[in-house]
Design a protein. Structure first.
Lengths: 322, 293
């Protein structure tokens, strides 16, 4: 074991032994062994499913087995696009994600700038803790919280706001028209605090000398905020935004499943790719549709990530993913 | 002058409002869990009650069987999952951080690619159900959460940047094997990153309901979150739990509404209790993650 290390300084001087890959591997075999559990887990959890994408071109039949099922070409895709569902779920996924991204980014940057202005440390920690709390609450509980407000018979909004005002109560879980707003509010509630703390970390990293120089030149707090803080964290904002665009084809399944309480009556405004795939696979058992929509999502998502990375690279190669 | 030490109220007001908005829904649920069933049916869910009533919590205490079991499954899965995950992730990250390791480049890409492309739900489902036949086992609740590319890279970055290579070199010149280096040098020096990743993993296991939704049908293996999910979506399920808890000596019918909310409170409790203490590790994780891997 002790021989497994060859210090780089002595390497060129020493007479060169057979330096094949196998030889090197044998020398570092303990490192290989340490990496094997992780390798195996990723293989099972991530790579085996990747090989399974060919199922989108098969008519999956459990009795014939996964490999024995018949090839059907692009029939699954034809079937999916034959209904309006495909376009609807794609539109919903992109529109929701785009709305979430815009609102979250604007609010989070604003909040981060405000948080940075708080001089009292205890107060600042209190704000950060309460803002982060929703990020650590499971979507199931979020479903309960939404239900607390929207329960048609007992919920706070119907019972304590609409009824006392003499207005007609609303059957929230059966009225799709309200859900784009509700889901946006819920998403903002859950993620804006987390994002604000990410941006705050970027702001804290700004060199204090900029501010000192600005103060000497007589710049007030507002000037410092708009002329130093925001421009200097702009790269982080751009990167976070581009990364989110790379994931624009992936909806937050938990949000759309739990907050709506999986209500079928809301589908016309709340069905996204992820809920569609879930329903096709585990509710209606339509594996062909699940496979086709899943493949579409994976491939478009992959292309988006690659493209976005190219763009990020152009902005600043330091921040590119690869 | 004065602005230097005192925070502008224009800054404080929006932040106060936001903090309030973050807490208020939780307060509502908490209050409902403490409200008398009659008051709930008359006034609905409210932010305050005049008649505090702990019946819901009392019912839950008697219902040790169902909810206690769900708690147990969640705790078991979270503890085993977090410990194993930290070992597997750090071991792989350590290998990837060693410049001598010839497969370093290949394995880094192998990990990285999983962050770019995914096979989707259907193949993932088939791998665990049809290939490994793990549906309705504790294993399937644990395995999928054990490893993630992001965590591996955060750890690798920490190992490369925060542990002096000379330390590893001198240990190995003194005859320490790679295993010894990993256990006696890397792990003890990496407590901050282990705490951060440990926090991420713990929270994601504790909050996980999706794995159960996909793979678990056996009621005995319900995690707390999935159990809560079931009670919210299925009124009959809630009724059956309440009936089990219903003690024959009592003449009351079970207060379903407050029981429901009391269960939600019980699920949030562990996280909100430990969270303020672990927050600094979380923020640290954000800044480590920001360094490119």
């Amino acid at each position: 074991m002790a021989t497994s290390k060859l210090s780089p300084a002595t390497a060129p001087i020493a007479p060169k032994p057979q330096r094949t890959l196998l030889h090197k591997l044998w020398k570092t075999r303990s490192l290989l062994i340490l990496a094997i559990p992780g390798f195996a887990l990723l293989f099972v959890n991530n790579y085996l499913p990747m090989f399974g994408i060919f199922l989108a071109f098969k008519n999956l039949n459990y009795t014939k087995g996964i490999l024995g099922s018949d090839w059907v070409g692009i029939d699954n895709f034809k079937f999916m696009f034959a209904s309006n569902d495909a376009w609807m779920i794609i539109k919903h996924t992109i529109l929701y994600n785009f709305t979430f991204l815009t609102i979250n980014t604007v609010l989070a940057v604003l909040l981060a700038v405000l948080l940075n202005e708080v001089r009292n440390r205890i107060l600042s920690k209190f704000f950060q803790s309460t803002m982060l709390l929703p990020h650590f609450i499971s979507m199931v509980i979020v479903g309960y919280l939404v239900y607390g407000f929207l329960n048609p018979e007992l919920g706070f909004i119907n019972k304590s706001i609409l009824e006392p005002l003499g207005k007609e109560t609303i059957a929230w879980y059966a009225s799709p028209e309200y859900w784009p707003y509700i889901l946006t509010i819920v998403n903002t509630w859950k993620s804006v605090g987390y994002l604000a703390v990410v941006y705050l970390a970027a702001i804290v990293g700004i060199d204090q000398e900029y501010y000192e120089a600005a103060r000497i030149d007589g710049a007030g707090r507002w000037k410092q905020m708009t002329k130093i803080t925001v421009p200097l964290i702009a790269p982080v904002i751009i990167i976070m935004t581009l990364l989110a665009i790379g994931r624009i084809f992936n909806a937050d399944f938990g949000l759309f499943y739990q907050a709506t309480m999986a209500s079928g009556m809301l589908k016309s405004t709340t069905e996204v790719i992820d809920t569609y795939v879930y329903n096709a696979l585990l509710v209606t058992g339509d594996t062909g549709l699940a496979a086709a929509a899943g493949l579409l999502q994976s491939v478009v998502g992959f292309i988006l990530v690659i493209t976005v990375n190219r763009i990020v690279k152009r902005f600043s190669s330091d921040n590119a993913l690869f | 002058m004065t602005t230097k030490n005192r925070t502008n109220p224009l800054v404080l007001i929006p932040l106060f409002l936001l903090s309030l908005a973050c807490l208020i829904p939780l307060w509502l649920i908490f209050m409902v869990s403490l409200t008398n069933e009659n008051d709930i049916s008359t006034y609905g869910y409210r932010f305050w009650t005049d008649n505090f009533d702990f019946t819901a919590y009392r019912y839950l205490r008697h219902d040790a069987e169902t909810i206690g079991r769900a708690f147990g499954v969640s705790i078991l899965v979270t503890i085993i999952g977090t410990v194993v995950s930290l070992f597997v992730t750090s071991a792989m990250a350590f290998s990837l951080s060693r410049k001598e390791f010839p497969l370093r480049g290949f394995l880094s890409f192998y990990v990285f690619f999983t962050m770019l492309f995914s096979g989707g739900l259907l193949p993932w489902y088939l791998v665990y159900t049809r290939m490994f036949h793990l549906q309705d086992t504790l294993m399937v609740l644990i395995i999928p959460g054990l490893i993630g590319g992001f965590n591996i890279f955060i750890m690798r970055t920490f190992f490369t940047n925060s542990i002096p290579p000379s330390l590893i070199d001198s240990a190995q010149i003194d005859g320490a094997s790679e295993y010894r280096t990993y256990f006696s040098i890397i792990l003890p020096l990496s407590l901050p990153v282990l705490a951060t990743i440990g926090l991420f993993v713990t929270v994601s296991y504790w909050n996980d309901w999706f794995t159960s939704l996909v793979y678990i049908n056996n009621e005995k293996l319900y995690t707390l979150q999935y159990f809560l999910n079931k009670t919210l979506l299925n009124a009959l399920f809630l009724q059956s739990i309440a009936n089990k808890a219903y003690s024959p000596t009592s003449i009351m019918t079970p207060p379903l509404e407050s029981i429901r909310m009391a269960m939600a409170m019980l699920a949030i409790l562990p996280i909100s209790l430990v969270f303020p203490f672990l927050q600094k590790y979380f923020v640290k994780g954000l800044t480590i993650g920001a360094v490119k891997g």
